[in-house]
Design a binder for this molecule. Structure first.
Ligand SMILES: Cc1cc2nc3c(=O)[nH]c(=O)nc-3n(C[C@H](O)[C@H](O)[C@H](O)COP(=O)(O)OP(=O)(O)OC[C@H]3O[C@@H](n4cnc5c(N)ncnc54)[C@H](O)[C@@H]3O)c2cc1C
Length: 593
């Protein structure tokens, strides 16, 4: 079993606690702390995708689902589906860092990555976390070996974000079985899956999960959707026409389908963040190669400041997301502490649900930025199919839509914080009130800080205070009605995402400095660029949120408080981005992998 950071002596930060508490760089998991065993599994996944998937991508894009099934089986042989599952069911039971690493590497092919995610995250996990012993014995070994392909059928044409509004119906029969009818929409692996996790309402009311085999009479797939991207991944409706489902195929409890749905999505979001991180690293390497080789005005375009800015920015943003992904995986592993039982896994995944939503939003938006700039760096060649840049661009767009749209996830981030604040787990209002005293009092004399990235640490501290001030004001202003103030919630989410991303980047860069890593200065460059830009975004979000909440003198007072809290002097990021870009172009690769 891969070693996890569980043995770390530092206290493990609870989910969301980073907003109020400092983190010790020594206790933060970073990609630099991957063990040889982790790296070996990562290489296995890379070699599988590069040697067995990418050369056959055209066939997959022509909907050769026999090939897709063969590839699923190969993943099974390599043990890639079983990372989260104990050996008793055919799994390999490794830590969440490994799970993240595998997701990251599978993203080298976005289409097959979706097929893989439909199986590993959306089918294996619900069966493992919520299945009875008999269900696990029956389905897990076949799912893990790839003999059986799975799919997750939650969405319907009328209920996507509002998943609990499903119309699919399960009618109870006198022998304890159920008869399911309805139509599910946009189901990944829908064209060839053998087993579906289906959500339907028992007697039209109680939202419930079922395990439905394709072999059950009445199950059929609709036509393949004509999509913008992910052409090598099957997406179809699933039709259920009076499908008799045995009592033994009820998954979890009647009326508790939301627990299955939301917990699975929760972990799926985290892994999707990993896939986005992995996809960005591939695109950065492509951009670097192209920029080095493409000449205009007698020189490689990589020599132009505008292109160096783009590549430097792509790297800095990818660095922040990668840092927050591994930090979160490390926190989850430390909290799980080697106890891979479903009950512990569920409790811990729920605890880090805020971080999972952040990973999904930050990852998918960073990836779209990177892929858009990758197309731009490729110029006309970025718009035609001879180069992979255009396919990556199309394939990635859906990441902001599925696994909970980014709007829904943005609502969840402050929403979950607010609930924890009310429960007293993350005392936001008390911290915001304490902050008001600090703002009104005489300026505090900061202790001299000689450690690496001292300015960036101070900036992150200021980001946290700013987010707290705005969050506290929003909670005081709207109380329980804050949930109706979506514009404010969106600004709050943006600030919180930047706080967690920036802090994760700085902690990782500090860990690199403390370890005297040979590339510590590049880590510092990436963290500095990210923090510098995050300061401007947080300032803008805070001002916009405050202006929604107040006007006139009250707003002027709040803006004065904001100026006092968020004193971050802009730095010359052009030089930093140039260094990041030049190193990336010279190595033709993402420099932190
Ligand atoms: C390629 C692909 C694969 C998919 N795979 C699967 C799968 O395997 N299984 C599955 O079950 N589903 C799958 N889906 C469906 C996907 O999860 C849904 O499309 C997604 O949840 C959004 O639902 P919707 O399309 O109905 O959009 P809607 O919910 O109608 O949303 C439309 C817009 O309104 C916004 N919105 C909605 N509600 C709110 C609100 N309360 N507040 C603010 N804004 C709101 C959304 O953010 C979005 O911008 C897949 C979709 C695609 C495209």
């Amino acid at each position: 079993m891969a070693s996890s950071p569980a043995s770390s002596p530092a206290p493990v930060l609870r989910g969301g606690a980073w907003l109020l508490e400092p983190s010790d760089p020594a206790s933060v998991f970073t990609p630099e702390r991957l063990t040889e065993e982790h790296r070996l599994i990562g290489r296995t996944a890379v070699e599988f995708v590069d040697n067995e998937v990418l050369p056959q991508l055209d066939r997959l894009e022509q909907k050769d689902w026999t090939l897709a099934r063969d590839l699923v089986r190969r993943c099974g042989e390599l043990g890639l589906f079983g990372v989260d599952v104990p050996e008793a069911y055919g799994g390999v039971e490794l830590d969440k860092v490994t799970s993240l690493l595998v997701s990251e590497k599978m993203a080298r092919s976005a289409s097959f990555g979706a097929t893989f995610g439909g199986q590993a995250n959306l089918t294996v996990l619900p069966v493992f976390l919520f299945g009875t012993e008999a269900q696990k014995q029956k389905y897990l070994p076949k799912l893990l070996s790839g003999e059986m392909v799975g799919a997750y059928a939650l969405s319907e044409s009328g209920s996507g974000s509002d998943a609990l509004g499903a119309k699919a119906r399960a009618t109870r029969q006198s022998d304890g079985s159920f008869v399911l009818s309805g139509e599910k929409m946009w189901i990944t692996n829908g064209g060839f899956a053998d087993l579906f996790v289906v959500f339907a309402k028992v007697d039209g009311e109680q939202f419930t999960a079922f395990l439905v085999e394709r072999a059950f009479p009445g199950v059929s797939s609709g036509k393949e959707e004509h999509k913008m991207g992910l052409h090598g991944s099957s997406t179809t409706p699933i039709l259920l026409q009076d499908v008799k489902v045995p009592a033994g195929n009820l998954l979890g409890e009647i009326g508790k389908g939301h627990k299955v749905a939301f917990n699975v999505l929760n972990f799926g979001r985290f892994k999707l963040g990993g896939m986005c991180s992995g996809g960005a690293q591939v695109a950065i390497a492509e951009a670097a190669r192209y920029a080095a080789e493409r000449k205009q005005f007698g020189q490689p375009i990589a020599a132009f400041g505008a292109i160096r800015h783009k590549i430097g920015e792509m790297v800095a943003r990818a660095y922040a997301v990668e840092s927050l992904m591994y930090r979160t995986a490390g926190l989850i592993d430390a909290r799980i502490g080697g106890d891979h039982t479903p009950a512990t896994a569920l409790a811990v995944l729920e605890e880090y649900a805020i971080e999972a939503s952040i990973a999904k939003v930050a990852g998918s938006e960073m990836l779209d930025y990177v892929l858009d700039e990758n197309v731009q760096i490729h110029g006309g060649n970025g718009f035609v199919k001879d180069y992979p840049a255009e396919r990556h661009f199309r394939d990635a767009r859906v990441n902001r839509i599925f696994e909970g749209t980014n709007e829904i996830n943005r609502l969840l981030i402050p929403g979950m914080f607010a609930r924890r604040a009310v429960k007293g787990d993350v005392p936001i209002i008390a911290a915001a009130k304490a902050l008001q005293d600090e703002i009104l009092g005489p300026p505090a004399l900061a202790a001299p800080d000689e450690t690496a990235l001292a300015d960036e640490r101070r900036a992150v501290d200021a980001f946290k205070k700013t987010a707290l001030m705005v969050f506290g004001l929003a909670m005081q202003t709207y109380g329980a009605k804050l949930a109706d103030e979506q514009e404010v919630l969106m600004h709050l989410a943006d600030m919180l995402i930047d706080v967690y991303s920036a802090e994760s980047a700085v902690l990782r860069a500090r860990a690199a400095a403390d370890a005297r890593a040979s590339n510590a200065s590049l880590h510092a460059d990436a963290a500095r660029v990210f923090v510098n830009d995050a300061a401007m975004r947080i300032d803008a979000s805070a001002k916009q949120a405050l202006a929604v909440m107040a006007g006139g003198d009250a707003l002027r007072t709040m803006l004065a408080a904001l100026r006092r809290l968020l004193k971050v002097t802009p730095i010359n990021t052009a030089a930093l981005r140039r260094r990041l870009a030049d190193e990336t172009v010279s190595r033709r690769a993402y420099i932190f992998s």
